[in-house]
Ligand binder design. Structure first.
Ligand SMILES: C[S@@+](CC[C@H](N)C(=O)[O-])C[C@H]1O[C@@H](n2cnc3c(N)ncnc32)[C@H](O)[C@@H]1O
Length: 248
């Protein structure tokens, strides 16, 4: 794939089936270096965002949670600490390489017995209706062929009264900050992706897909249309990322 192909992978410009294959190919390639790259490219800030997400989701002992597009398990590991021995966290992802890259860390964790790894498609979640206390998705919704289907599926599997959380990149609203961020995104991130992870394409896709992703207002409106109540969002680090929350 040439660099020039990458912009066409944005959610609004590529047929959904093609996008799924391309996205999965990218995660196959970067899986082993995914965690280290996240930390380097975000200067560690993604850990702060993930801890903030956990706080806002306010899980309690005994809760059952599904971590949709769970990848290598950062959010699953954090949430497993909160659900106690009677709770469960399902790390749900369609990419075997990502799950396998995260497996050793999960197996070393004291919370390992609370986490189950399930391979599956976020647009067709392989669980019954109304069976989780909460569902979350971290940096995954943007990658789906049909984002709305993924959110509907999260809504379907949580119980009435349950909560959903979406943590995703977004476009900073301040033009000044955005110009600095754009320089970093379009020049530094692809370069580091090529040097450190051996894939300029994967990291060009990351920045392109953020640019064409829905605004926080649009995502909130989509959640309300699906049926989520009390939808709210909170921008993080000047709007580089945003957390959406909603109740069923
Ligand atoms: C950027 S990673 C995020 C991983 C993790 N949630 C985190 O915050 O670090 C996106 C993940 O979404 C997964 N993914 C993309 N499309 C998916 C789908 N249709 N169903 C399930 N997982 C999917 C990818 O395999 C990848 O592991």
């Amino acid at each position: 794939m040439s660099h020039a192909d990458i912009p066409s992978m944005g959610p609004e410009r590529t047929p959904a089936g093609t996008k799924v294959k391309q996205v999965q190919g990218l995660f196959d390639r970067v899986a082993k270096r995914y965690d280290a790259m996240n930390t380097i490219l975000s200067l560690g800030i993604h850990h702060v965002w993930k801890r903030t997400a956990m706080r806002l989701l306010s899980l309690g002992p005994g809760d059952w949670l599904i971590d949709v597009c769970g990848g290598t398990g950062d959010l699953a590991l954090l949430s497993a600490k909160h659900v106690g021995n009677s709770g469960r966290v399902i790390l749900y992802d369609m990419n075997r390489a990502m799950i396998e890259a995260g497996r050793p860390r999960i197996e070393r964790s004291p919370s390992r017995d609370r986490i189950e790894l399930v391979l599956g498609d976020a647009e067709k979640i392989s669980f019954q209706d109304n069976c989780f206390d909460a569902a979350m998705v971290g940096f995954g919704i943007r990658n789906l062929g049909h984002m709305e289907r993924g959110l509907r599926e999260m809504y379907r599997v949580i119980k009435p009264g349950g909560k959903a959380l979406c943590l995703e990149f977004s476009n900073p609203p301040s033009p000044l900050f955005r110009s600095v961020y754009d320089f970093y995104s379009f020049h530094v991130i692809p370069l580091l992706g090529s040097i450190l992870a051996g894939s300029r394409e994967a990291y060009s896709y990351l920045t392109e897909s953020i640019r064409v992703f829905s605004s926080p207002e649009e995502l909130a409106a989509m959640m309300r249309d699906i049926g989520f109540r009390n939808v709210l969002y909170r921008r993080l680090t000047r709007g580089i990322a945003t957390i959406h929350l909603g109740d069923k």
